[in-house]
Ligand binder design. Structure first.
Ligand code: ADP
Length: 462
């Protein structure tokens, strides 16, 4: 199948180009690349900019699903593939599009008017436990020096002060879309934060939350996301997408995170099956549980079934003496074989010990793709450190590259723990200004917090 992958990819891109009738209908791509789009920018290939008559920094009207529209600045990005528009998660959420969905991009001939008044309200879950002046701490710096476009109904995330706060644009005057200028009055109703409606939740981790696994991410997206999102394409080409993929590597390298990211970015239903847990159930129940998992996955398809520690569910039958194990392995094989090619269900198995799996499971038509999620190298560690410190205010003396060099052998989970330990160390030092008895912490105190080199050093030693 390996040789086919290149073919699938190539055919996919041409198939998409053929389906796309107008040059301004582009497919949403993620935020990575030379330009990192934020809440107010998107990036296009220089060729697309030229074709659509868009100049650097022009405002563009983006239209997504459910008639959702928003306005952003457009920037050229040589690494943006043709036919794509790079938009961060916030912009994609405002447009209600997932990666690969069509976004219509039009240059705005007339800029939106400067706002006289805008009203924003934070989401309750993002300000839980903090108090003080959100305007000074979050909104003022966010809007300073930047004529950001804001459309009524949009949400935007402002990062900083150890927290990312998400706001909703409740009202804008004098139009539904305005530019926030120096004289725009910004009202922030932080006393009555909005409860989040389910559909608005930016569920689960995104691809930008997984670091150091660029190659594996590309492979898994091709193997899982493409077939889940565009089953027709595979049917047309007469290729059967894989039913199962095996991720192997030491604990804490991000196998679960990767599977979750694939599910949330592709909008698939996600079910976790924990190997040891399912096996510890009463005899007979393990098989029934497994059947139920597959039934539900088909019912809520497209679905991803994630089997953590799959070696516990499907050990080599020649080497195991347990009757239960043998039955469960056969059950799993039957269920995988029984998955209809059009069911849009993919099983991702994770294991630390691929060789202890029953070999029948690794044959063609079952878990026939294997990806090595190894211990990250220096570059990977730096990527992961950046991810886990992105909401942390870092002092100028912090050199993440140095930390990346000094953490040989650390896996993703270790680096995540390192960052949170550094933050805890800082908090311990600041206990004199933090009152544990208080319900909330003042944003001025939060504002003064900086994680510095010593905190990270301390964290490396624990
Ligand atoms: P595994 O499934 O391989 O045992 P997990 O995905 O459960 O590992 O990792 C645990 C946590 O460690 C994640 O939730 C994340 O916070 C962090 N982590 C692990 N790997 C990575 C990675 N590659 N990039 C970013 N964070 C990571």
């Amino acid at each position: 199948m390996d040789a086919d992958d290149g073919g699938i990819k190539k055919d996919f891109s041409t198939a998409i180009l053929e389906r796309k009738k107008a040059p301004n209908r582009l497919l949403a791509d993620d935020g990575e690349g030379a330009v990192v789009p934020d809440n107010s920018t998107v990036a296009l290939s220089p060729a697309a900019m030229e074709q659509l008559g868009i100049y650097i920094g022009d405002l563009v009207l983006l239209r997504g699903k459910r008639r959702r529209e928003t306005v952003c600045y457009a920037l050229p990005d040589g690494s943006c593939p043709e036919g794509r528009v790079r938009a961060g998660r916030g912009v994609r959420a405002n447009l209600r599009v997932k990666l690969g969905d069509v976004v219509t991009v039009n240059r705005r001939a007339v800029a939106p008017p400067n706002g006289t008044r805008v009203q924003v309200t934070p989401f309750e879950d993002s300000v839980d436990g903090i108090s003080g002046d959100l305007f000074e701490a979050y909104l003022k710096p966010y809007f300073r020096d930047y004529l950001r476009p804001l459309c009524k109904g949009d949400t935007f995330v402002v990062r900083g002060n150890m927290r990312a706060v998400e706001f909703k644009v409740v009202a804008t005057e004098p139009a539904d879309c305005v530019l926030v200028a120096a004289d725009t009055a910004i009202f922030c109703n932080s006393d009555e934060p909005i409860k989040r409606e389910d559909e608005e939740r930016l569920d689960g981790p995104g691809y930008d939350d997984v670091g150091g696994v660029r190659k594996q991410l590309a492979q898994i997206r091709e193997l899982v996301e493409l077939p889940l999102r565009h089953p027709k394409l595979f049917q047309t080409l007469g290729v059967k997408p894989p039913k199962g993929i095996l991720l192997y590597g030491p604990p804490g390298t991000g196998k679960t995170l990767l599977a979750r990211a694939i599910a949330s970015e592709s909008g698939a239903h996600f079910v976790v099956v924990n190997g040891p847990e399912i096996m510890s159930k009463m005899a007979g129940e393990s098989e029934a549980n497994l059947r139920k998992v597959f039934e539900d996955a088909e019912r809520f398809a497209p679905s991803i079934i994630f089997m953590d520690e799959i070696d516990a569910i499907a050990p080599n039958r020649d080497k195991t003496h347990g009757e239960v194990e043998r039955r469960v392995v056969s059950q799993l094989l039957t269920l995988m074989d029984g998955l209809r090619p059009r069911a849009q269900v993919v099983v991702i198995g994770a294991t630390n010990r691929p060789n202890s799996l029953d070999p029948a499971l690794r044959r063609f038509g079952r878990f026939d793709k294997e990806l090595d999620i190894g211990v990250p190298d220096e570059v990977g560690r730096l990527e992961i450190l950046r991810i886990h410190s992105k909401d942390m205010p870092l002092s100028d003396d912090v050199d993440l590259e140095r930390v990346g060099k000094d953490t040989h052998g650390f896996v993703g989970a270790d680096l995540a723990a390192l960052c949170s330990e550094a933050a805890f160390q800082l908090i311990r030092e600041k206990m004199d200004v933090i009152d544990v008895e208080d319900e909330t912490i003042d944003v001025d105190v939060l504002n003064s917090l900086r994680v510095c080199n010593d905190h990270l050093k301390h964290a490396m030693e624990v």
